[in-house]
Design a protein. Structure first.
Length: 254
C-alpha cells in the first residue's frame, strides 16, 4: 500500500463515522456475552486466523424452510458496527423478503485483501448452514471504508457473490490489479455524492471506466449536492441497489 493510500484510508476510518450516518475458521456459534445483543437481530460469530468476528442477522418474517431467500452482506464504514447498516436496511428487507447480515469488522491495515476475501464467504456460509438462503442470490454492499472491501470481495469472490454495491468508495490506481483476480465479471453498482469529502466524481468515473473496460457490468449513480452522508439517501440507494441486485443472480453455489 502506498503512503498516500495509507493516509487516505486512515482518514476515512477515523472520520467517516461522523461524516456518514454510522460512521483457518470455525463454524458459527452463539455469540459470547461480550458482544451486545440487539433487539430484533440474531447474533452469531465466526473465528478466522485466531480472531473472532461477531455478526448480526435480520430474518424477515417470510423466511421458512420451503422457499430460500436472498441475502445481503452489509459492510459498515469506518468506526461503525455490524448492526448499523442492518438497522437502516431492516424495514426494506422485511417488505422484500431479504436476509441481512452485518458483521463488526476492524477495517484498515491488511484486512482488505488478506482477510476480507476469505472471511466474507465464511460468514455467509455460517448463515447458509443455519437458515434457508438462496445460494444464487447472495450479495454484498458496503459504505465508505467498507466499500473498499466490497470491491475486493467482488474480485476475489466473484463466483460466490452474485453482485456488489458501494456507497462512497472507489478503486484507487494502486489497487486496480484486483480486477484481474475475478474469474467472473460480477455486476457492481457505485453511488457517490458530488460533494463527497473523500472521493471525487472523477475518481468514481475512473473506477466505473476501469471496470467497464475489463468487462464488468457496472452502474454509477451520482447524487447532486450530497457529501459523504449515506444516511441522507439510504432509502433511495437501498431500493435502487436492490433492483440492480435482483437482476444479477450468480450461477449459484453447491
Amino acid at each position: 500500500m502506498t503512503a498516500s493510500r495509507a493516509i487516505r484510508r486512515t482518514a476515512i476510518l477515523s472520520l467517516a463515522a461522523s461524516a456518514c450516518l454510522f460512521g483457518c475458521g470455525s463454524p458459527s456459534q452463539p455469540a459470547a456475552p461480550q458482544y451486545p445483543q440487539i433487539a430484533g437481530l440474531i447474533q452469531r460469530q465466526v473465528q478466522f486466523q485466531q480472531t473472532v468476528y461477531p455478526f448480526y442477522v435480520f430474518l424477515p418474517s417470510s423466511l421458512n424452510g420451503t422457499h430460500p431467500l436472498p441475502a445481503v452482506l452489509l459492510i459498515h464504514g469506518g468506526g461503525g458496527k455490524g448492526p448499523d447498516l442492518v438497522e437502516v436496511w431492516k424495514n426494506f428487507a422485511e417488505q422484500n423478503g431479504i436476509v441481512l447480515v452485518g458483521p463488526t469488522l476492524p477495517l484498515g491495515g491488511t484486512f482488505e485483501t488478506a482477510v476480507a476475501p476469505q472471511l466474507y464467504p465464511m460468514i455467509m456460509d455460517a448463515v447458509r448452514a443455519e437458515w434457508n438462503i438462496d445460494a444464487a442470490r447472495i450479495y454484498v454492499f458496503g459504505v465508505s471504508a467498507g466499500g473498499y472491501t466490497v470491491f475486493d470481495a467482488c474480485m476475489f469472490d466473484s463466483q460466490y457473490f452474485a453482485a456488489g454495491g458501494v456507497f462512497a468508495a472507489v478503486i484507487t490506481p494502486d489497487y486496480d490489479w484486483i480486477r484481474r483476480r475475478a474469474t467472473r465479471k460480477i455486476p457492481i453498482a457505485i453511488y457517490i455524492g458530488d460533494h463527497d469529502e473523500f472521493f471525487s466524481v472523477a475518481q468514481a468515473q475512473s473506477t466505473r471506466d476501469l471496470l467497464a473496460a475489463s468487462g464488468f457490468p457496472v452502474k454509477l449513480t451520482i447524487f447532486p449536492n450530497l457529501d459523504h452522508n449515506y444516511g441522507a439517501v439510504a432509502d433511495t440507494v437501498n431500493a435502487d441497489v436492490w433492483q440492480f441486485f435482483s437482476g444479477s443472480p450468480s450461477p449459484g453455489l453447491p
